[in-house]
Design a protein around this ligand. Sequence first.
Ligand code: AR6
Length: 178
Amino acid sequence: MSRSEAVTVTLARGDITRQKADALVNAANSSLLGGGGVDGAIHRRGGPEILAACRDLRASKYGKGLPTGGAVATTAGRLDAKWVIHTVGPVWSGAEDRSELLASCYRESLRVAAELGARTVVFPAVSTGIFGWPMDDGARIAVRTVLAEAAPPVEEVRFVLFDAHAYIEFEEALAAQG
Ligand code: AR6
């Protein structure tokens, strides 16, 4: 556990859709219309209300989709949360440094969470699955950005890690930076 000013950063193992919080962050794609990994799990367990809200966003503010590094909130449907905040991570590239876009996912999600008045926010390890980002670097960027950016009304930021490897990388990043 680590404390950055008034914000506590914690780690948990497991499935993000089993978490209870004000806001759960989804590792989405620009279409906002679903996919695999966290995105698939959130839509499956959260039910059709979330997809309906995403379709509304595509029909209004995000006609071309949500840009990489951006974040937007919808209902959390049947999940044990008030909101899902959808963010679009960058696809890993060995040729181009896209770290700032990954940091932007955490920063923008926290900005949206604060605007909503969320006190507890749960993140997955954005981009480290289907989008191929190396876990150690993804963990460093996630922890660094959250420690720098999280502020009231957000009181707790929890990273939910799917497997032991991810958990260890986040633990090390937190120990190094927290
Ligand atoms: N709970 C917590 N973590 C999970 C879960 C879960 N239920 N499922 C996977 N992870 P990913 P990305 C971990 O692929 O890399 C989708 O198709 C996983 O082990 O969900 O940002 C979207 O629509 C990994 O460490 O997200 C996009 O097209 C991390 O969560 C694309 O995948 C993120 O893996 C986004 O890819």
